[in-house]
Design a protein around this ligand. Sequence first.
Ligand SMILES: C[S@@+](CC[C@H](N)C(=O)[O-])C[C@H]1O[C@@H](n2cnc3c(N)ncnc32)[C@H](O)[C@@H]1O
Length: 225
Amino acid sequence: MRFEIITVFPDQISQFIEFGIFRIAKEVNVAQFNVHDLRSWTNDIHKSVDDRPYGGGAGMVLKVEPIAKAISSIQTENSKVIAFTAQGETMNQKMFRNYSDSEELDQLILLCGHYEGFDQRILENFVDQEISLGDFVLSGGEIPALTFMDGITRLLPGVLGNNESHRDESFENSSLEYPHYTRPDSFNNWDVPKVLLSGNHKEIQKWREQKSKEITESRRPDLLD
Ligand SMILES: C[S@@+](CC[C@H](N)C(=O)[O-])C[C@H]1O[C@@H](n2cnc3c(N)ncnc32)[C@H](O)[C@@H]1O
């Protein structure tokens, strides 16, 4: 998968993708991350990417021309354009799974908004999907873009090694994951559940399924629906 991130703060993204799963995904050659400065598609001396809103009001709006130019110079055939907006569909694990499993798609163009957001004509004419990080307002689309890339990248083949552990994780099977413990087996008289020390894999599996059910019922009963 090739991620093309269009932003007015390229350094915010460039720093982040040097580490962790982004670095691994580049090394195992399953993902590429190309960061683009939106200002490189401006012609004026100030490199303006925004302007005042028609109708008045506070804040500035991202202009259509630089984004139109950016998309047309980057976009390839099997591509989707995503804009991060507070009005978009809320990001979730199913979305990550669909994008990471997609065989026909090889490019995702990610538009990070700023200021008051995008000129509506960008959203209506270039964007395939608007995605929100949640019911709150952030100052820019970079953190949602990084979250989105992280969620997809860790599911790409080879990124977590041969480890298919993400198949058991929270949200994969409409449930939350069971609790984990590691050494020591007792700390401050807080003991690890005995069954986990038993070596009995069938019982351990049963305990984990039960805990996953309990935690899902108490914290996220909506997932069970
Ligand atoms: C200050 S916000 C604009 C908020 C917009 N005026 C509104 O009320 O919905 C600037 C940019 O941050 C990003 N952003 C803010 N909140 C977001 C969210 N919950 N999910 C995704 N992107 C968000 C978007 O790219 C947005 O264009």
